[in-house]
Design a protein around this ligand. Structure first.
Ligand SMILES: CC(C)(COP(=O)(O)OP(=O)(O)OC[C@H]1O[C@@H](n2cnc3c(N)ncnc32)[C@H](O)[C@@H]1OP(=O)(O)O)[C@@H](O)C(=O)NCCC(=O)NCCS
Length: 173
């Protein structure tokens, strides 16, 4: 991965946290200026795709996907030494006052609480902005992701053989 200069980061948007190993990382809202940083994380992401065809394995499709998600979603980033180690996004669904949620943590930083910190931030932001619910699709075999979502109160709605829909009702909590 190519490191990004420290001064590219607007640190005022971020807060410092420690992961389960006690190592610091910063977390906050991302935006269009994070395009290169996110592309850098996803170009070295493994497995690729990790879930529902994302992040796309084709570099061109991956750059397009990153550009689109930065434009249409509310993005949240976890950074260590100016590199992205985790990314989550809420994609607003204007018809239902709901948001779709997605999250990816780089393989070098999994199982250390980064996904929990990103999800906590995204759920708080969604609630503050008046979103009524957050939903997502997860593969039934993705046990770690399901455990993460259950920790925040997501419950299963629909299911088929290999994918389940989960939702968090923000009006109920
Ligand atoms: C799913 C994913 C986002 C979780 O991120 P993470 O930073 O590893 O998650 P955390 O370390 O915060 O762990 C969250 C919870 O998941 C569960 N978990 C995570 N890793 C686990 C493991 N190796 N074994 C058992 N449970 C695990 C635990 O319940 C944990 O909560 P706890 O720490 O309170 O016990 C990450 O594994 C990932 O990016 N996977 C590939 C992409 C993906 O599948 N995205 C989701 C698409 S639906």
């Amino acid at each position: 991965m190519v490191p990004m200069p420290e001064n590219e980061i607007n640190r005022q948007r971020f807060v410092t946290r420690r992961d389960k190993k006690g190592e610091p990382f910063i977390i906050g809202r991302g935006g269009p200026d994070d395009y290169e940083r996110l592309l850098d994380m996803y170009s070295g992401f493994s497995p690729r795709p990790a879930a529902q065809g994302l992040p796309p394995s084709d570099p061109e499709k991956c750059s397009k996907w990153v550009g689109e998600i930065l434009k249409t979603g509310k993005n949240f980033l976890a950074l260590r030494e100016a590199r992205a180690i985790g990314h989550a996004a809420l994609i607003p669904d204007p018809w239902e006052d709901a948001c779709e949620y997605l999250i990816f943590v780089h393989q070098s930083s999994r199982n250390r609480g980064i996904g929990t910190a990103l999800t906590d931030l995204a759920v708080r932001e969604a609630r503050e902005k008046g979103c009524r619910s957050i939903w997502l699709c997860v593969e039934t075999k993705n046990v770690n992701a399901i455990k993460l979502y259950e920790k925040f109160g997501f419950i299963f709605c629909d299911m088929d053989a290999c994918e389940r829909k989960m939702a968090l009702d923000l009006m109920r909590l």
